[in-house]
Design a protein around this ligand. Sequence first.
Ligand code: GUN
Length: 298
Amino acid sequence: MAAERIDGKAFAEKLRERVGAQAAEFEAVAGRKAGLAVVLVGEDPASQVYVRSKHKATLAAHMESFEHRLPADTSQADLLALVEKLNTDNAVDGILVQLPLPDHVDEQAVIAAISPDKDVDGFHVTNAGRLAVGQSGFVPCTPLGCMMLLTDRLGDLSGMEAVVIGRSNIVGKPMAQLLLDANATVTIAHSRTRDLPGVVRRADIVVAAVGRAEIVKGDWLKPNATVIDVGINRLAPVEGEAKGRLVGDVDFAGAEGVAAAITPVPGGVGPMTIAVLLRNTLVAAYRNAGMDPPENSL
Ligand code: GUN
């Protein structure tokens, strides 16, 4: 039987609607809209697409969107000065500096300059530390979105075997922390893992976040596993195609016959990231205004 497709697009739309309604309530009680500032340095085409969709989604969710587009040769000092200005701007609840930054800018220094209370990406060491020790802070959007899809489908994850493939600060590490907090038994696999197929075969839950097209094969999976595919890779175009197809880190056709459920690419994890970003921004707005965020936004 073919695996059920986990519809991240539909889930994200519902989340965005709910956050939009809560953002309208926030405006009614706070007397101002929640605000998200997005900083883009340079002209990376993929980043431009992301920033444009964040802007549209923010406005649609009843929030204020502040876009700062800076030339590729912007100095680190100027970028840090802008971040500092946003840190002290009361109309700004969340700050997102789009990555990657140009090579001459120290990414870690810029992330470190963002106020942890406005760090809706959850990349600041303070928020990474809070997640590691189980304090409330901001959790990176993509892994939090994956977690929402997993708990929606599986309920209680206690005792389940989870394998996260990839150890990035943005996805792999926080994903492992979240699964651990949910009482799963967690393995983090990566490019140096010996016998990756053998490790993956143990997993009730597989989260693939390596950024290599279709590396995880169907016959690596335990029957009835739940598969979350974070990868977005563009294949080289074949004849008749203007652009190559977008595929995940999992060989979808092979996995579909083995897994119980799997996120498609596109339309799985991707749409969740912006929806969770809006959710994090709303939570930041409530906290920055000295109020508790609504219960069901957490
Ligand atoms: N670049 C790719 N994904 C992200 C993200 O989630 N946040 C930021 N700031 N940059 C990114």
